[in-house]
Ligand binder design. Structure first.
Ligand code: LMR
Length: 394
């Protein structure tokens, strides 16, 4: 039977991790997978995480099961972090999941149970695992235009034209902040218009929220999702602690479902517990507990916020520095958009052949669509990257 299996297409981002590791060149530069690196090129365990882990090891008395939906303290802390006062009392269901990807999976499965064959819309381009997971789940897929290749900003007119075809109960995936892969984001007014449209269409917004704190700050990054929660009857949110807590490998995420009324929320709660049970039983607890400890201890929380803010500021400096280096090297302002984008990523708009030349000639790895992980840049690497982009351009 196993001989019936066929090779699966590799995920473009994960494939790059292996290619980079296999490259023997010392001067190689990894701008592929979205992992934050500090000025020394390290991805350190955050200070508050270290402290919380030490406390956990010291104080934890049992590794027995917690609950199918995860630890309530973690769910409450994450609800507060993501939604703050906007959380709708009695209409929200939270489920701990293995990472943000796990949250997306569980929510797509919920959609499939509620409406088999439902249509899921995602931006073109988007994180490659969105289309892959929607297909894997057997759901219908539609795309909406998002990125303007000329301005490297949002193609909002194209987006609204495409979303005009959304039907009732279609699911529309939106990146809550720090759009992956482009780095181009909706303005507050554009968020309002998208919300108006989805309300009119009676569609289900699905917010992928993986980068809170990496764009304009913890609160500012959550503003759009919070405002939308206040306006729509139903909504799905997948949040991740991989990036903002640096807990990548510990797999810490949460799925939130906003329901139209408390009766539906009661049923949905049981369904989410059941979906967890069917897929992996209990969600991983270690990283979730670490997050709960940090968020419920004022000192640890302040230290975590301070370190996260240092990371965000570093990414902003790298953005400005790279835009300036490219200005000098190209004698033009074509790449000024890099300083305007937010989050870890920017899509540079380079042709695929140039991306390959950068890899082959200069050992610079970026995703094939010319997405660069800004947070992967060493401080002294800005000029070199700018020069390599110019020298590989024809
Ligand atoms: C990325 O887009 O590089 C990150 O979200 C990591 C991943 O899982 O793809």
């Amino acid at each position: 039977m196993l001989q019936n299996l066929t090779q699966q297409p590799p995920d473009k981002i994960i494939e790059m991790i292996g290619m980079f590791r296999a490259d023997p060149r010392a001067e190689k530069l990894d701008l592929g997978v979205g992992v934050y690196k500090d000025a020394e090129g390290r991805t350190p365990v955050m200070r508050a995480v270290k402290a919380a882990e030490a406390r956990l090891v010291e104080q934890q008395e049992s590794k027995s099961y917690v609950a199918l939906l995860g630890d309530q303290g973690y769910l409450d802390a994450m609800q507060d972090l993501v939604l703050g006062d906007a959380a709708p009392e009695g209409r929200i269901v939270g489920a701990a999941t293995p990472g943000g990807t796990g949250a997306i999976h569980q929510l797509l499965e919920l959609v499939k149970m509620a409406k088999p064959g439902a249509t899921v819309w995602y931006s073109d381009p988007t994180w490659p695992n969105h289309p892959a997971m929607v297909k894997h789940m057997g759901l219908g897929a539609r795309t909406y235009r998002y990125f303007d290749d000329a301005t490297r900003g949002v193609d909002f007119d194209g987006m609204m034209q495409d979303l005009a075809e959304v039907a009732a109960d279609d699911v529309v995936i939106l990146h809550g902040c720090c759009h992956n892969p482009t780095g181009a984001n909706l303005s507050p007014e554009q968020w309002d218009r998208v919300t108006d449209l989805l309300l009119e269409k009676q569609a289900m917004p699905f917010i992928d929220f993986a980068y809170q704190g990496f764009g304009d700050g913890l609160e500012a990054d959550a503003a759009a999702v919070r405002k939308m929660v206040g306006r729509v009857p139903q909504m799905l949110i997948a949040a991740s602690c991989s990036k903002n807590f640096g807990l990548y490998r510990d797999r810490v995420g949460v799925a939130f479902v906003i329901c139209a009324d408390t009766e539906t929320a009661d049923v949905t709660k049981g369904v989410m517990a059941s979906i967890n049970r069917l897929n992996f039983s209990f969600p991983p607890d270690h990283g979730a507990k670490v997050v709960e400890i940090i968020l419920s201890d004022p000192e640890l929380k302040a230290d975590w916020q301070a370190e996260l803010e240092e990371m965000r500021q570093r990414m902003l400096q790298l953005r400005t520095g790279l835009a300036e280096a490219l200005r000098r090297e190209t004698n033009g302002n074509d790449f000024d958009f890099v300083a305007e984008h937010r989050g870890m990523f920017s899509r540079l708009g380079l042709p695929g052949e140039q991306v390959l030349r950068l890899r082959d000639q200069a050992g610079i790895y970026m995703v094939g669509d010319s997405r660069v992980n800004i947070a992967g840049l060493p401080d002294e690497g800005l000029e070199g990257l700018a020069r390599a982009i110019v020298s590989t351009s024809e």
